[in-house]
Design a protein around this ligand. Structure first.
Ligand code: E4P
Length: 220
């Protein structure tokens, strides 16, 4: 599986890249805006924070296919192997087809429905990103959407991967992996929740206490 962080926080990427087997970093316009750095500076900094390796994703802002393609070229002028995120609208589908023809890797984003995601894959997207938490927030079922999308891709577009996104809890991310998704992207807070478990800290504390009691030290 591929594990990504969904952030433009360079320090957090450096910190968590030491701990997690990261495949790379995904961003979106809101994430880059919140870092208050232009793509020209933040994307290379994120690549450095990953140790010079890993896949980076950045999104186009245009809403017409030809302009999306032009922006994809501009973004890949910053990071030559960048994966281009394209919102899955009618124009986005046209852009995905054009970018596929050029051999540029893409991710279909802003996916709220399984059929929408399938069409992105059929248009040539390498990844499709359903928004789990945002679907839930609308009164839908994010995990069910992801499950259906994964089944559709397995059956009809096996070359494409679900990169499940928009999480508020570790449980949502695990449910996507159990549904067969090959990739997930976690906000920093959710990634940190996976490794900050009070029960584990309590267990280690008890081991130290028992060792101290028996041998007068906490070391071997
Ligand atoms: C992924 O493509 C999205 O940009 C992102 O995961 C959305 O996450 P959010 O709903 O937490 O903003």
């Amino acid at each position: 599986m591929e594990l990504y962080l969904d952030t433009a926080d360079v320090a957090a990427v450096a910190r968590l890249a030491r701990i997690f087997p990261l495949a790379g970093v995904t961003t979106n316009p809101s994430i880059i805006a919140s870092a208050r750095q232009r793509p020209e500076s933040v994307l290379p900094a994120l690549r450095d924070a990953l140790g010079g390796e890993g896949r980076l994703f950045a999104q186009v802002m245009a809403n017409q296919a030809q302009e999306m393609v032009a922006e994809a070229h501009k973004l890949r002028g910053i990071i030559s192997d960048l994966v281009i995120k394209v919102p899955v609208t009618a124009e986005g589908l046209a852009a995905l087809k054009l970018l596929k023809r050029e051999g540029i890797p893409t991710l279909g984003t802003a996916v709220y429905g399984a059929a929408q995601g399938l069409f992105a894959a059929l248009a040539g997207a390498e990844y499709v990103a359903p928004y789990v938490n945002r679907v839930d927030a609308q009164g839908g079922d994010g995990i069910q959407t992801v499950t259906e999308l994964q089944q559709l891709l397995t059956l009809h577009a096996p070359g494409a991967k679900v990169l499940a996104a928009s999480f508020k809890t570790p449980r949502q991310a695990l449910a996507c992996l159990l549904a067969g998704c090959e990739a997930i992207t976690l906000p920093v807070e959710v990634a940190e929740q996976f490794i900050s478990t009070p029960a584990v800290s309590a267990a280690i504390g008890k081991f130290e206490q028992d060792w101290q009691h028996a041998f007068g030290t906490r070391t071997l």
